[in-house]
Design a binder for this molecule. Structure first.
Ligand SMILES: *[C@@H]1O[C@H](CO)[C@@H](O)[C@H](O)[C@H]1NC(C)=O
Length: 280
């Protein structure tokens, strides 16, 4: 009898543990983020399951993570400003503080209805950026939520869209390029007006009659990598398998519209050292 009773209570206990894990996975945006500017233009609702930022003629808005991260995988689903989003920029990035800060950026440059957003990416190390790569997306990012992720390890930074790698920034310290690895970063996002440059280089201005502009966020997930696990052999091995490398090449071939590494005019003294290394 004793054993059956224990079995049942173990089962009940297991059920409770599993369901609380599910709740933890679903997350609560109130616990993870602070709404930092824009007054009530930034909102968390649906019991912490949905966050929105909006922009009107008076102000944009933004939020930041409560926690700082040093290496990890950060996933978030975004649904971008729909309709005529020309002139607006939705920035979603990791950054440390100060003049020699590191930064890993996704920036979504809006467009008039039916014309494609540009996904702009950049990596700053020790306060220096100038490492832009830009892409069109292979879907309409305003229609549904899509997952935008950053994998940040001592060996590399990988940008992913719906789990497809679009960009890899390898650690090139061996050729003198600083790599972000000592400064913890917070997650930031903001929606603001940048019609002096965002859409067709500033030609198309924000249409304020369409304001407020709103972007949505959900399903945030941060997986921290403990630093002592970096000695593990799995860290040494290539992050991207053959399939992922094919996807990366597919994105780079058909959707990349700007790559600083191929902008020879911009670097008359020679392209940056990290560009000369073989690709991932
Ligand atoms: C907006 O659409 C135009 C015309 O298709 C395109 O040239 C441009 O790259 C698009 N995106 C942005 C952000 O300007």
């Amino acid at each position: 009898m004793g054993s059956t009773g224990n079995g049942v209570s173990m089962l009940v206990l297991f059920g409770i543990v599993v369901s609380s894990m599910v709740v933890a996975c679903a997350g609560n945006l109130y616990q993870d983020f602070d709404l930092t500017w824009g007054d009530n233009r930034a909102k968390i609702f649906n019991r912490g399951q949905l966050l929105s930022l909006s922009l009107d003629k008076v102000s944009g808005s933004g939020f930041q993570s409560k926690k700082e991260y040093l290496f990890g995988r950060i996933d978030m689903q975004l649904k971008l400003v729909a309709g005529n989003s020309a002139g607006t920029v939705t920035a979603y990035y990791l950054s440390s503080q100060g003049p020699t800060h590191d930064e890993i950026d996704f920036e979504f440059l809006g467009n008039v209805s039916g014309d494609p957003y540009i996904l702009h990416t950049n990596v700053y190390t020790q306060g220096k950026g100038n490492r832009e790569q830009q892409f069109y997306l292979w879907f309409d990012p305003t229609r549904n939520f899509h997952t935008y992720s950053i994998i940040w390890k001592p060996q590399h930074i990988i940008f992913l869209v719906d789990n497809i790698p679009i960009r890899v920034f390898k650690n090139a310290e061996s050729v003198g390029v600083p790599f972000p690895k000592n400064q913890p970063m917070r997650i930031y996002s903001s929606l603001w007006n940048a019609d002096d440059w965002a859409t067709r280089g500033g030609l198309v201005k924000t249409d304020w009659s369409k304001a407020p502009f709103t972007a949505y966020y959900r399903n945030f997930k941060a997986t921290e990598f403990s630093t002592n696990s970096f000695s593990d052999v799995s860290w040494q091995s290539n992050e991207l398998d053959a399939y992922a490398r094919r996807r990366l090449r597919w994105v780079q071939k058909y959707f990349m519209i700007y790559n600083y590494c191929s902008d020879l005019k911009r670097f008359p003294q020679g392209i940056p050292a990290e560009c000369r290394r073989s690709r991932f």
